[in-house]
Design a protein around this ligand. Structure first.
Ligand code: MF3
Ligand code: CO
Length: 294
């Protein structure tokens, strides 16, 4: 079997916890996965495929995550510090019975990532960082509720933003949407990255190679890694139940990044030019995908 899968009789109870007989539940899917594996395709491990119960849990977590970002959207503006954003996200999340996933994650010191202007990702909120008219900032919010993870991020324009930066933010969002449009159940993960990359390059931008999306749901970062510089027709087969993020980082200048910040987290563009990122979380369904967090 492709992942040491179940040795079940057709009348046994399905492995997924539905309580149904295997033959009425996941037997057909397992056969299809096995056939794909045998033909040399990259097939996600069954443990990555979310059950209906998992998806319900992830949706409850995502409701808090989306609510926290909506709360930020309603308050952000010139004069706000990134520390303010951290406090808003922390308090909103905790008041809704959830835990901010970034806090203490591999030593990350805050509850949200705030990445302004030339910061590509993993910016650490600070009371010394005041958002000013003309800034662009990504707020990347991740939530754990009852053990289920959700993760999405949005860009915010602070006051009037120069057209070149506003265009970057818009095109980065459209690039993420091109990735969504490329999602096909039983298609390939590489189709998503290829669509994102083609669109960004058409607009004269570049896409960061070192960071990408990720599987998510029962852990913060699960397989697969989602590259946004991938080639069509490559990578994992998009099996229903696979849950992952689409979160390309689009640079105005060159793709190269600078990871030399002594804090060990803040990632910048190497050329110092602005960068933008939007992140959504989806699950593959029988006939497309469902948006879980945005
Ligand atoms: N939210 C980020 C992502 O989209 C991960 C941040 S890790 C942290 O994958 F520790 F910096 F929070
Ligand atoms: Co993410």
């Amino acid at each position: 079997m492709y992942d040491g899968g179940p040795d079940l009789g057709r009348n046994d109870e399905c492995w997924c916890g539905s309580g149904k007989k295997y033959k009425k539940c996941h037997a057909e899917l397992d056969q299809r996965l096995q056939a794909l594996y045998d033909s040399g395709e990259e097939v996600p491990e069954r443990a990555l495929l979310k059950t209906a119960e998992d998806i319900e849990g992830i949706k409850r977590s995502a409701a808090v995550n989306v609510g926290a970002l909506d709360y930020v959207a309603s308050r952000i503006g010139p004069g706000v510090t990134t520390e303010d954003i951290d406090r808003w996200v922390h308090d909103y999340t905790v008041e809704h019975g959830a835990v901010p996933a970034p806090l203490d994650y591999e030593g990350f010191p805050k509850s949200v990532c705030t990445s302004a202007n030339e910061v590509v990702c993993h910016g650490i909120p600070s009371p010394d960082e005041v958002l000013r008219e003309g800034d662009i900032v990504n707020v990347d919010c991740s939530t754990i509720l009852d053990g289920y993870y959700s993760d999405s991020s949005r860009m915010f324009l602070i006051g009037d933003v120069p057209p070149a930066k506003a265009d970057l933010v818009r095109v980065a969002k459209e690039a993420m949407e091109k990735g969504l449009e490329a999602v096909r159940p039983w298609g390939h993960l590489g189709d998503v990255g290829a669509a994102v990359n083609a669109y960004a390059r058409e607009h004269g931008y570049s896409v960061v190679r070192e960071f990408g999306g990720h599987g998510i749901g029962l852990e913060f970062h699960e397989d697969p890694f989602v590259s946004f510089v991938a080639r069509e027709g490559t990578g994992d087969v998009l099996v229903p139940g696979l849950c992952f993020t689409i979160e390309p980082m689009v640079n105005m200048g060159k793709a190269r990044i600078d990871m030399s910040d002594p804090n060990g987290w803040t990632v910048r563009t190497h050329d110092g030019k602005p960068t933008a990122q939007w992140e959504v979380q989806i699950v593959i369904t029988e006939d497309g995908y469902e948006l879980l967090s945005w």
